[in-house]
Design a protein around this ligand. Structure first.
Ligand SMILES: [Zn+2]
Ligand SMILES: [Zn+2]
Length: 257
């Protein structure tokens, strides 16, 4: 399997995953043009995408979907109860509206879902399986729940939110209500929380990780890397695994697992 973030951050998210001949996007909170260009740079045609999977209805995850559907006729997958709350539902041909089911098969990839803890209607993380490999995707969650720990076992790769450094958030310019939201149980994962999660699920078998959804105000790529590697070191996990950081404006090169 191959994966990467075409864009990652609070200004817009889009993840690309390829397993065999099956190509999927997770979310699209950036323009259709940016998605098409990034895919072309990977040698892929945007029209060959077999589905866009929606994690939740926040703007930074869905704002580009309407145009991708309109221009390229891509099918969109979402939790059944989400469909009446997505702003592009009415504009979409019903044949392109698909609902999640457990252990859903799209082409050569199997997708399973896990509820996350975020202030949205039904936020989910996902595990993609293909050719004996398992790739997890978790962003936009204020905490790691016991069921998430269970879902994300035995991974071979992971895209994981590392939204903020707790001190930078506390001392930073956000208004108090926003600081509470971000740090809350239905907000976003801090670097430290991401590291604890990794330490739990990596034990004994490190795998490539891409840090995602970094705040441009309350984090930096080097802060996130440093903090996470230090926490993992304390947990006895050395840095002999790939640790990538997704960018808000540049597609990251493809990562193979
Ligand atoms: Zn969100
Ligand atoms: Zn988000």
């Amino acid at each position: 399997m191959e994966f990467t973030a075409i864009a990652s951050g609070s200004r817009g998210n889009c993840i690309f995953i390829k397993g065999g001949q099956t190509k999927l996007l997770v979310d699209s909170g950036i323009s259709a043009l940016r998605v098409a260009r990034a895919l072309a740079a990977f040698g892929e045609d945007v029209r060959s995408i077999q589905g866009i999977l929606v994690t939740h209805e926040h703007h930074d995850h869905i704002s580009g979907i309407r145009m991708l559907v309109k221009k390229y006729g891509l099918p969109v997958y979402a939790a059944p109860m989400l469909w009446q709350n997505l702003p592009f539902t009415e504009a979409m041909p019903s044949a392109l509206r698909r609902s999640y089911s457990s252990n859903m098969q799209i082409g050569e990839i199997t997708v399973s879902f896990c509820r996350t803890s975020h202030d949205a209607l039904l936020p989910v993380g996902m595990v993609f399986s293909h050719g004996g490999k398992r790739l997890g995707v978790v962003t936009d969650t204020g905490m790691v729940t016991p069921s998430m720990l269970k879902c994300f076992q035995n991974l071979d790769g992971l895209i994981l939110e590392a939204n903020h450094n707790e001190t930078m958030l506390a001392k930073g310019p956000y208004p108090a209500y926003l600081k509470r939201r971000v740090a809350g149980r239905e907000g976003h994962l801090s670097n430290k929380q991401a590291a604890y999660f990794l330490a739990e699920i990596m034990a004994g078998k490190p795998f490539p990780v891409m840090l995602a959804h970094l705040s441009e105000v309350n984090n930096t790529p080097s802060t996130a890397r440093r903090e996470i590697l230090a926490c993992l070191d304390l947990a006895g996990i050395t840095d002999d695994f790939e640790l990538h950081v997704g960018s808000p404006c540049m597609p990251h090169p493809l990562i193979a697992i």
